[in-house]
Ligand binder design. Structure first.
Ligand SMILES: Nc1ncnc2c1ncn2[C@@H]1O[C@H](COP(=O)(O)OP(=O)(O)OP(=O)(O)O)[C@@H](O)[C@H]1O
Ligand SMILES: [Mg+2]
Length: 320
């Protein structure tokens, strides 16, 4: 299992909580944006439980069509449907004594949700076409990058199942809310990929680091990992430079070239208070993914003031 690298206080608390609850059989729901490390957290729960020596079986509920998902999860008896020439155990049976990871649980069909609820309540699975239920002892960990509570409100997710899954909730913060981890993870991935590619790199240039820190990372740690892997491969010198780092510019990203590096937030000769204020506003907007209400609140100004300032910036060609 790879280690969760972090220096963030909230992350450290989450890891601590995960290790503590790992000891119980409690169902764990891991929420977080895509690429934040949900799968990593799920395996941490398994590895720290008494089930560590037993199977850890993962299945992605979004990747498999509904009828196939049912037979994958619950298994089937011979003759249960056309093509069922032999009987087959499902993932729950394979995971017996261990942990099952139900990835992207929000995508599970409502009918299968009822079957899953039964497994949780009764501790037994019904194979498709089976005559009697098969008892299983499985710890369930589910992940989702959607807000499952919202799915309940929308009617696409069963409320009773939600409560059964959400016994312990581990919500992983997005990378943009733990910017301190960007440098740490960048160095970690740089070392890992240098080794793998037979390269010897002595870190990042200041400009490269500033660029990494000012990116919004909508794809979170996975995006960062891919960016560093690419940078390590393309790096020609002894350091990774800004030119080596190709991050996709998205809407959440800032202004391209005008994006401020973090050190630009302070005064330097030639910078006016307006320049500094503008950098701070840009930085705050980026942090809040362009959400003006949140940005205004965070800066302690009214939304109206923020709008006026943004209108002023537009006049000088800065569109945010
Ligand atoms: N804190 C971390 N330390 C080291 N590696 C990490 C960390 N967080 C994530 N990773 C790495 O980033 C990649 C994505 O992590 P993971 O697959 O666990 O994310 P996820 O939340 O399950 O993503 P998705 O929603 O797309 O399924 C993996 O290669 C994982 O090893
Ligand atoms: Mg995942």
């Amino acid at each position: 299992m790879s280690e969760i690298i972090t220096a963030d206080r909230r992350m450290r608390e989450l890891i601590q909580l995960a290790k503590t609850v790992a000891q119980s059989k409690a169902t764990v729901l891991i929420q977080g944006e895509s690429g934040t490390g949900k799968e990593l957290m799920a395996s941490l729960v398994h590895e720290n439980s008494t089930r560590a020596g037993r199977p850890f079986v993962a299945i992605n509920c979004a990747a498999i069509p509904e009828n196939l998902l049912e037979s994958e999860l619950f298994g089937y008896e011979r003759g249960a449907f056309t093509g069922a020439v032999t009987s087959k155990a499902g993932k729950f049976e394979f995971a017996n004594g261990g942990t099952i990871l139900l990835d992207e649980i929000s995508e599970m069909d409502i009918r299968l949700q009822a079957k899953l609820l039964r497994v949780i309540q009764e501790g037994e699975v019904d194979r498709i076409g089976g005559r009697r239920p098969v008892p299983v002892d499985v710890r369930i960990v589910a992940t989702t990058n959607r807000n499952l509570g919202e799915c309940v409100k929308e009617g696409s997710f069963r409320e009773d199942l939600f409560y059964r899954l959400n016994v312990v909730n581990l919500t992983i913060p997005p990378l943009r809310e733990r910017l301190g981890d960007v440098t740490l993870l960048s160095n970690h991935f740089m070392q890992a990929y240098s080794g793998r590619n037979g390269k010897q790199l002595a870190g990042f240039s200041t400009e490269a680091l500033a660029m990494l820190e000012s990116h919004a990372w909508p794809g979170n740690v996975r995006e960062l990992e891919n960016a560093i892997e690419r940078a390590v491969i393309t790096a020609k010198g002894s350091q990774v430079t800004a030119q080596d780092i190709a991050v996709e510019r998205r809407q959440t990203d800032l202004l391209g070239a005008a994006a401020p590096a973090r050190q630009d937030l302070g005064w330097a000769p030639g910078r006016t208070l307006d320049d500094i204020e503008r950098s701070v506003i840009i930085e705050a907007l980026q942090y809040h993914q362009g959400n003006r209400t949140h940005t205004a609140r965070a800066l302690g100004i009214s939304i109206r003031t923020l709008r006026n300032k943004l209108a002023d910036y537009r006049k000088i060609g800065i569109h945010l």
